[in-house]
Design a binder for this molecule. Structure first.
Ligand code: NAD
Length: 513
């Protein structure tokens, strides 16, 4: 299905195992620890990468700091022009990069291509923004004074990303940071470093052609220890970290202890509410895509389905029907809708969660097995599970990063469903299916969903880049991508200018010398 050497050569990848890149230069000690990356799709060893040392990290951040001194002086629309060209390169390489994402991470090709499309979209968005990094102007209380605010570049932005969106998360952060005048040090997930290396090769020509200083876009290949070094590093004013809540708590604490800024995009426990007024034909497609898409490994995956008791049995039957027909297998094959989990640890977590929920009284209605046979030899393909459960179960309260959908019954008004929906520690994505305006408006009201994302008559996953993305509570509170998320990548400054010959003080204070 895939010719890896040809694909890597299409992407211009000459060396797959540098420990870091500062945009134009590649490096790392030759005798460092290497790690072999194998595809969860078919178990083939795709490449080996060298893991960066603390010294490599130091070198990269020093280079990024130096580059910042020059990059911040470029007019923002000029920086936008570089991002425009990066977007074009991504368009040219969409097929190849989409395939590599699919092969290295295991998501189906349609979703791999969709991820690259998101990167292209954020480039377009950032180009427009590069002419609109605006602040407010205010009227001063003093005569012959004016006030306004400006946004200035911040410095080196650290980006720590998770395996499930191996490249899009970088672009969401890096393209905005770049137009804002920041330099970026990206530590991709150690489970998917090759796609990160590919991105660096894709943008290299653009950087060279535009004389972008070395150190504006950097990658550093490493595990949690490099991420932790970044979190503690006072030279990195903003750390944007995407991953588990466990990781986010550590990063947030370390960055907070030095009073840096963090942008945290952490775990979700997303629910769809189906009221008695739901259009079930529409809802079923959203639920199944949300629950089994990316094999349940999206931060916005649908994990809980909160169903009105009057339609519970019919929803259950429809879902069982749809799940029985799910094509599972090699994600690069068009006809498959469910690929593998990232690795055997993820399979173990899936099986453990199902065992635990059964102990708590849950009933597994379908799925929950590991597939065997030639096509599934990696041991990473599982059958998505549907479980009848209670929201209060410990297992339901946790995010298991796998395709498990919990069916939870509610009765009475939509308020009861919203209580269940909000009754978890995470607050990323939520949605309601209903054609009753009174129900949907309550869901969207300030006593409705407590999540960062609240949708009506669409599912929990598949956000567009134009809106600010992120969630509340243990999801971390960060917002990235669209709307005014760019502001976090800049420092804000209030300016008051006196164009008169007197010096009146604010609040009418008299102070004559
Ligand atoms: P993970 O937390 O294991 O790893 C994520 C990244 O953090 C990796 O690069 C890892 O090396 C790094 N890391 C781990 N421990 C660290 C530490 N102590 N200090 C610094 N860095 C550290 O997560 P994962 O398994 O790769 O991804 C799955 C998780 O990511 C899920 O919980 C999912 O919900 C979450 N996620 C959230 C979003 C979002 O936008 N909210 C998006 C994608 C994924």
């Amino acid at each position: 299905i895939i010719d890896i050497p040809a694909l890597l050569s299409d992407l211009g990848i000459q060396e797959t195992n540098p420990a870091y890149s500062t945009g134009l230069a590649w490096g790392g000690e030759k005798n460092q620890e290497t790690r072999t990356i194998s595809s969860p799709t078919d178990g083939s060893q795709i490449a080996s990468v060298r893991m960066a040392t603390a010294e490599d990290y130091d070198h990269v951040v020093t280079t990024a700091q130096k580059a910042f001194m020059e990059w911040r002086t470029w007019p923002s629309p000029k920086r936008g022009e570089v991002v425009r060209q990066i977007g074009q390169k991504l368009r040219d390489n969409k097929d190849a990069l989409g395939k590599l994402v699919s092969y290295e991470m295991g998501k189906i090709l349609q979703e791999g291509l969709g991820e690259v499309q998101e990167m292209i979209d954020i480039c377009d968005f950032a180009v427009g923004l590069s002419r609109q990094l605006h602040g407010y102007t205010m009227h001063s209380e003093r005569p012959t004074h004016r006030m306004y605010e400006q946004y200035h570049p911040l410095g080196v932005v650290g980006v720590i990303s998770a395996f499930n969106f191996p490249v899009a998360v970088w672009s969401w952060n890096a393209m905005l940071a770049a137009i804002c005048g920041d330099t970026v040090v990206w530590k991709p997930s150690e489970k998917t470093p090759l796609t990160a290396v590919a991105c660096q090769y894709i943008i290299k020509e653009v950087l060279e052609e535009n004389n972008v200083p070395e150190g504006v876009f950097n990658i550093i290949i490493g595990d949690a220890s490099i991420g932790s070094q970044m979190a503690h590093d006072g030279r990195v004013p903003l750390v944007s970290a995407t991953g588990s809540t466990r990781m986010g708590k550590k990063v947030g604490e370390a960055v907070g202890a030095r009073l840096g800024k963090s942008l945290l995009e952490l775990g979700g426990n997303n629910a769809i509410i189906l009221t008695e007024n739901a259009d079930l034909d529409m809802a079923m497609r959203a639920v199944v895509f949300g629950a089994v898409g990316t094999a349940g490994q999206r931060c916005t995956s649908t994990r809980r389905l909160i169903i009105h008791d009057s339609i519970y049995d019919s929803v259950k039957d429809r879902l069982l029907n749809a799940y029985a027909k799910l094509p599972i297998g090699n994600p690069l094959k068009d006809t498959n809708l469910v690929g593998p989990l990232i690795d055997k640890h993820a399979v173990e977590a899936f099986l453990n969660a199902l065992e635990a929920v059964k102990q708590e009284g849950g009933k597994v209605l379908i799925g929950g097995t590991v597939l065997e046979g030639e096509e599934y030899a990696t041991g990473t393909y599982v059958t998505p599970a549907i479980v009848e459960a209670e929201n209060s179960y410990h297992t339901v309260q946790e995010e298991t990063f796998a395709p498990i959908l919990y069916l939870i019954k509610y009765s009475g008004s939509v308020d009861n469903a919203i209580d269940v929906q909000n009754g978890v520690r995470q607050g990323l994505s939520s949605s309601i299916f209903s054609s009753n305006l009174l129900e949907t408006e309550v869901f969207l009201s300030h006593w409705g969903s407590d999540c960062g994302i609240a949708n009506v008559n669409i599912g929990t996953s598949g956000a567009e880049i134009g809106g600010a993305f992120g969630g509340e509570k243990e999801t971390g509170g960060g917002r990235e991508s669209g709307s005014d998320a760019w502001r976090v990548y800049m420092r804000r400054q209030t300016n008051t200018i006196n164009f008169g010959r007197e010096l009146p003080l604010a609040q009418g204070i008299k102070f004559d010398i």
